[in-house]
Design a protein. Structure first.
Lengths: 208, 220
């Protein structure tokens, strides 16, 4: 969890995935503006020219509203951004389920996750791919994705007939990937004549 | 229930550490019988705070991944939390909620389904609205304001701030038996519910659009 999870692009220079965490906190790799929480939910931007601006988190987040993530998800990129729709990630896949009971009452089943797998997540044309460092791949064609679930600082994907996958981004923003994937899915559904997506969980729901 | 009460007392005792906690409308909570306590979700602290100030024990729906570790799998049910799988339709979570209500006990659920990233109200989940219309019990809107300032989703640690929890007047919605009836009322229920949740928020923030109801199609 970090400011870059909220501000998936720099609100100053609009660089996608620009804010990265370094030794001196969170700083945009494009314009050099440093971001930090100063009180309550107020984030202060310290610009390289020495000026500072402290605003509520929601106000900073509003400044990202105009960024066309659909174009970014299409691979067209964004002005001033070299973001390549790839991010290092640690993935875990559900390997089974465990029933939860309390005093003999069955509550539900919960998923059991396997070990961490390290690799790179990539959104290519019409498919989300996790390239494991061992050379193997797991792919989710967009039409097979049934739900997207952000959970704390992870992004969880459910594909038809596939186990739940959970991705953690050591340097990137889980929210950026959620937004990118949502944008890609919206476009995919629209182009396939399947309607406008109105909800992404617990399953994708559309209306014409 | 003993652990629940201990946790409740502990949370009440520790609440001043995170800031001033103001509670309004406790008298509006039904003293007997079932009700759905429907809250907005600003922070990881919300379930703790609600259980700390609500005079009646509330069974709370919580994401299944919170039960992943053995410690939490043991602890969460003792704090009256029950798991819901948010990435697929989960009839067992709905069944558990309805059975708990049938026993005359309250159930807590978050209208937006997840914590808000920016602190503002998000659109309600269709599943929340369907549960309201399936249950047909009083709905107590619970507005949490300020928990986001204490511990927003994007930060690792809390900071002190003022938190206000407001329990609204119970809302009454009909119990609708057929799916078609429920689907036809989702927009209306969403508007009424989110208006009730938004009212106590500072600055009369803009109401979210209810993303629902007419002619929707499911893809699974």
């Amino acid at each position: 969890m970090a400011i870059r999870d909220l501000l998936w692009a720099c609100p100053e220079c609009r660089r996608i995935a620009g804010i990265r965490t370094g030794r001196d906190g969170e700083r945009c790799t494009g314009c050099g503006t440093r971001f930090r929480r100063v009180r309550a939910a107020v984030i202060e931007a310290a610009r390289p020219d020495g000026s500072r601006e402290a605003l509520p988190a929601a106000t900073w987040a509003e400044r990202l509203a105009g960024i066309d993530l659909d174009a970014v998800a299409k691979g067209a990129g964004a002005p001033g951004s070299d973001f390549e729709l790839r991010e290092r990630a640690r993935a875990r896949f559900a390997v089974g389920e465990t029933p939860v009971r309390h005093r003999g009452r069955y509550l539900n089943r919960i998923e059991r996750f396997g070990p961490d797998q390290v690799g790179t997540l990539e959104l290519a044309d019409g498919v989300l791919v996790f390239h494991r460092d061992d050379g193997s791949d797991v792919a989710w064609p967009l039409e097979r994705i049934t739900a997207i679930q952000p959970s704390s600082s992870t992004l969880q994907i459910k594909g038809k007939g596939m186990p739940l996958a959970s991705f953690r981004f050591p340097d990137g923003s889980a929210r950026l990937w959620e937004e990118l994937l949502c944008a890609a899915l919206r476009r995919h559904y629209r182009e396939a004549g399947r309607g406008e997506i109105v909800e992404f969980q617990p399953r994708i729901v559309t209306r014409p | 229930m003993i652990l629940y009460r201990i946790a409740q007392a502990t949370a009440r005792g520790l609440a001043p550490l995170i800031g001033r906690l103001e509670v309004e409308g406790v008298g509006r909570i039904p003293k007997t019988g079932p009700f759905l306590l429907v809250a907005n979700h600003q922070s990881v602290l919300d379930p703790i705070l609600i259980q700390a100030v609500c005079p009646r024990p509330v069974h709370t729906m919580a994401k299944s991944t919170q039960f992943a570790s053995p410690v939490f799998a043991w602890l969460m049910p003792r704090l009256l939390s029950f798991p819901v799988r948010r990435y697929e339709i989960d009839p067992q979570a709905v069944r558990y909620a309805l059975r708990t209500l049938e026993r005359g006990e309250p159930v807590g659920i978050y209208a937006e389904g997840e914590r808000s990233w920016d602190g503002r109200l998000q659109p309600p989940r269709l599943g929340t609205l369907r549960l309201i219309l399936k249950a047909g019990v009083p709905v107590v809107p619970c507005t949490i304001d300020g928990a986001y300032d204490v511990w927003p989703r994007w930060d690792r640690r809390p900071r002190r701030a003022k938190i206000r929890i407001t329990f609204g007047d119970p809302l009454t919605f009909p119990k609708l038996e057929t799916r078609a009836e429920r689907e036809a009322h989702l927009d209306e229920v969403g508007r009424v519910l989110m208006s009730a949740l938004a009212e106590p928020l500072e600055g009369a923030r803009e109401l979210p659009v209810v993303a629902s109801a007419q002619a929707i199609r499911r893809h699974d």
